[in-house]
Write a protein that binds this ligand. Sequence first.
Ligand SMILES: [Zn+2]
Length: 334
Amino acid sequence: MTAVGEAKAARGTATQEQAAALVFIDWYGQVDDRTVELVLVGVSTKAKPLLVKVDGTPLAAIPAKSCTYRQAKASKFKCTATYRAGALSFGEHTIEILVGKRVVTKSVTTSDVYDDEPKVTPTRFHLLYMHPSDRAPVAGRAEAIGHIAQVVDAWFAQQMSGLSPRFVADATGNPIVTVIPSTKDAATLSTYTGDLIDSRTWMAVGILEPDALPILFIDGMPAAPSCGHYTWGLGIEIPMDSCQIYPDAAARFPFGGTYLLAHEMTHALGGADRNAPHTDGGGHVTDDPRDIIFNGVGGRDWEHLALDPGHDDYYLTGRSDLMNIENSTLLERH
Ligand SMILES: [Zn+2]
């Protein structure tokens, strides 16, 4: 065998091993009623797995296919694909993943939590702070979460001429932060990458109001695939250890976790519609680095963060064919 042939053979073997090592694949999040974001999580080395088909439909026709790696030498990979389906049901689906030159077929099931369409239109946010079952809450964290919510509330009010998010609040109007233990211990959470919002159970035991959308801050989930995310019909999750962004009790906008919270809450209010002129296809916009949900080329303009500064994508657009966040049921005027 030639050197080139040997190298090819070695690569072939490695690819097969890597394909075999695709041990865990999960769906991750529903952006809205028609867009599903898939995250493949698995164990592999150098193979760059690509999601190529869902239920036999090639993904080449579907934009925003990407795989990202948490670290250059990571044995863990994470692939994200935004899959726009006219009517993708939740349940069992077949996905095909290309690993090297080999196609791996997997059957995946969507998580139970997505089976429930929201029964009641949410009218307020409820802040929750979750700690591992075998660890105490971090001292001062609940207070810090309450503080950054107030900072973010004030930012929205300033951006939206007095309109701002409504929170489940105490008698003095301060957002309540409900502290709850996870059903999982620290060891389990240390590798956990799924969702933890369990509205059905929380409503059943009186932790969550039927008209409240949860914002769940989580301790002890360093492997989470994002710094934070909003899932349509489910709520916002902020796994703080993932990006080591911790609410700061003295934070001023956009520091100490306030930017992240404002960003996710803007998604929850409806920004940005998938038909917005500058959408990236995943709920963000790409046209203006000042935008709170900017996800384009280059850095953000941290000193001038704003809601849709051009008023052409999701706030005060004057267009009835786009989601305009000022119409969200989650806002109130003080
Ligand atoms: Zn986002």
